[in-house]
Design a protein around this ligand. Structure first.
Ligand SMILES: Cc1cc2nc3c(=O)[nH]c(=O)nc-3n(C[C@H](O)[C@H](O)[C@H](O)COP(=O)(O)OP(=O)(O)OC[C@H]3O[C@@H](n4cnc5c(N)ncnc54)[C@H](O)[C@@H]3O)c2cc1C
Length: 383
């Protein structure tokens, strides 16, 4: 969309699936993140802040329902208070205006059913439906003269001095430049293009439960735990959805298939690829305990409920029904380092978006502008 808006007139968006937003974008929590969690000055912090404001504006301009409803981050144990302090400091450094430290009693002014010893209220956080946002991006792209081709899964890329030939089962497309935003397959697409991504995408499934309608009253807006700072995920939380209803989750379970939405999804190719990646075993040696806990919570509803009860003690297993799942594309380096920040790699006639996990949906307009900036600088584009 950013390229079209900058006047590029020969552009095609290639999507492997038969519809848009079939993967991360269409299976996420629908939260407009504030920018609280990210290292000041990082790409995540910069793009989340700018992207959040751009997204609120975009939704207002295009009549897409969204709400800046705010959220609570709730500490339930003394040993979480230091991490809560650290979050507050980061939030201030990232320019958040609506931060408020709350006592146990003040938490209840926002969420009467919450139990915590302290918390942070983050006013800038909101909710939206990212499928609707993505559909609007698509509308603007096609109205601007570009083309969207569904069912075009790039399986091979040939490069010569003049062009790139992108092959799929349904034909081929010749182009001068390429932007790879293939999410769970971004490392593979980079390799197809002869670019060493220097990392491996590891899929982590996030499973949700939904509150039954009679219990919607337990949650007003968004309630999050204090995240474990060693891990890139936020911990199971409650999210009010913009279309109504409340979701609980997502957990973060190692998935054995890149687009594996069920507990039993398995792909030998995907699993073998990460099993042969040295960084996977380094990560495993660091996080095996946490990983096993996530597997246990995936199979035991009781364990999932216990995690939620730390935030809202009244919640019971019968208040929850199964929801959907999403799979996160999380980049891992050879040394076992989970790449925390967004990673965009420039290559000859190409840009590869190699790590765009949460809050990349919030940040999408800002990331798009950065990519367009790189493309306009590096590519010889017709405008
Ligand atoms: C469970 C979960 C909860 C999340 N919650 C939030 C949230 O609340 N707020 C937030 O800001 N972010 C959230 N995120 C993160 C956010 O959804 C992602 O960071 C963002 O959607 C990434 O967008 P993307 O376009 O890079 O990837 P995707 O949406 O996965 O899109 C990549 C696309 O590339 C296509 N593709 C792949 N390979 C090929 C190929 N070879 N040829 C053609 N097409 C191909 C895929 O079909 C797919 O449609 C969440 C993610 C998950 C999984």
């Amino acid at each position: 969309m950013a390229l079209v808006r900058s006047g590029v007139n020969s552009l095609a968006v290639l999507e492997g699936e038969g519809k848009l937003a079939a993967h991360q974008t269409g299976n996420n929590s629908g939260v407009i993140h504030s920018g609280l969690y990210y290292k000041p000055g990082s790409l995540k912090a910069l793009n989340c802040g700018a992207g959040r404001e751009a997204l609120y504006l975009f939704c207002r301009e295009h009549g897409i329902a969204c709400q800046a409803c705010g959220k609570l981050v709730v500490a339930t144990r003394q040993d979480e208070l230091a991490a809560l302090d650290a979050l507050e400091i980061k939030g201030i450094a990232n320019g958040l205006k609506g931060l408020r430290r709350l006592s146990a009693a003040e938490l209840k002014e926002y969420e009467p059913h919450v139990a915590g010893i302290a918390g942070l209220r983050v006013a800038e956080t909101g909710i939206v439906d990212y499928v609707k946002v993505c559909e609007k991006y698509a509308e603007i792209i096609t109205a601007g003269g570009a083309e969207i081709q569904l069912n075009f899964r790039v399986t091979k890329v040939k490069k010569n001095s003049r062009e790139l030939v992108l092959r799929s089962g349904s034909g081929e497309i010749r182009c001068r430049n390429l932007v790879n935003c293939a999410g769970l397959h971004s490392d593979r697409v980079a390799r197809m293009c002869g670019v060493n991504p220097g990392l491996q995408i590891i899929p982590f499934r996030g499973e949700y439960y939904k509150l039954i309608p009679e219990k919607y009253g337990l949650v007003n807006n968004l309630i999050y735990p204090v995240p474990d700072p060693r891990f890139p995920f936020l911990g199971v939380h409650f999210t009010r959805m913009i279309a109504g209803g409340v979701e609980a989750g997502p957990n973060a379970v190692l998935a054995f298939k890149r687009q594996g939405y069920s507990k039993w999804s398995f792909s030998l190719r995907d699993a073998a690829q990460f099993a042969f990646f040295p960084g996977f075993w380094v990560m495993g040696s660091k996080f095996w305990k946490m990983g096993l806990g996530e597997f246990y919570r995936s199979f035991s509803k009781r364990a999932f409920v216990r995690a939620l009860q730390r935030l809202v003690p009244e919640i019971q297993a019968e208040d929850l029904q199964p929801g959907g799942a999403g799979v996160r594309a999380q980049a891992l380096e050879t040394n076992g380092f989970l790449v925390d920040d967004f990673r965009i790699k420039e290559a000859e006639r190409m840009v590869h978006v190699l790590n765009a996990p949460s809050p990349a949906a919030t940040a999408s307009i800002s990331i798009g502008r950065s990519i367009a900036g790189i493309a306009l600088k590096n590519f010889a584009l017709n405008r």
